[in-house]
Design a protein around this ligand. Sequence first.
Ligand code: PDD
Length: 285
Amino acid sequence: MSRIAYVNGRYLPHCDAAVHVEDRGYQFADGVYEVCEVRGGRLIDERRHMERLVRSLSELRIAMPMSLRALSVVLHEVVRRNGVRDGIVYLQVTRGVAKRDHAFPPNGTRPAIVVTASRIDPARTERFAAEGIAVVTVPDNRWDRVDIKSIALLPNVLAKQAAREQGAREAWFVASDGTVTEGSSSNAWIVTAGREVVTRKADHSILKGITRTVLLEVLKAHDLTLVERPFTVAEAMGAREAFITSASQTVMPVVRIDGQPVGNGAPGLVASALRADFGRYTEKS
Ligand code: PDD
């Protein structure tokens, strides 16, 4: 099945799907995005992803390109036209097309929107989960509003590449005080010897992951204690378990940090149980 993208009102074959050279996303990374998991052809937690989109847009004073209802139709239509049963749907909104000038474009400039969908082989993700993944640490050199899901991802790109070059699947950003903020495209968690589940508070220093939000419900159901506080790299290396969360991976066990094994070097029981149960707590649409 050939791939189709939605670009500013039209469903186009990928080979014809393009944005203008003066799209402000292209020139200034002046835009935001969302990634929603697709399972069995249905969108996972669409409502929460759209709430976060509305917040990101409003923080940057970019207008909604269309109503949420219309957007939902487009998201589902792109998934359908691409025949995606398991994978992701990607949505990007920029401040639109205008003559290059750093300041906002003239009033009435329409935001630009792109939606794509792609397949992810669930068996491959399961294999990673069964083995656990390695992470490396990198200095957190991002701006101080990473709670906004902006398309300006250069530090994240460099961090992920650093991970790949060291045979790891993810990079954890480390703040100047030695604490882990989050992954290049995921939130970071540890499980302590006392079985407390620790993750950073969702302030301006991390993206408030939708998977993170849903996982808080799963923790309650599993009678696990959540502690929202920073943790250091050394604490994570000595923790009983570590894991990451993101829309495309849900709960993914971490078994090595900078080459050091976490716990006994195998996926932890808590992370595996949370992963197994996660789907029961998501909304499907
Ligand atoms: N990334 N932190 C960062 C920096 C992220 O980019 C992401 C998501 C998350 C987890 O958020 P959520 O649980 O809502 O997926 C945390 C997406 C998947 C991406 O960029 O592909």
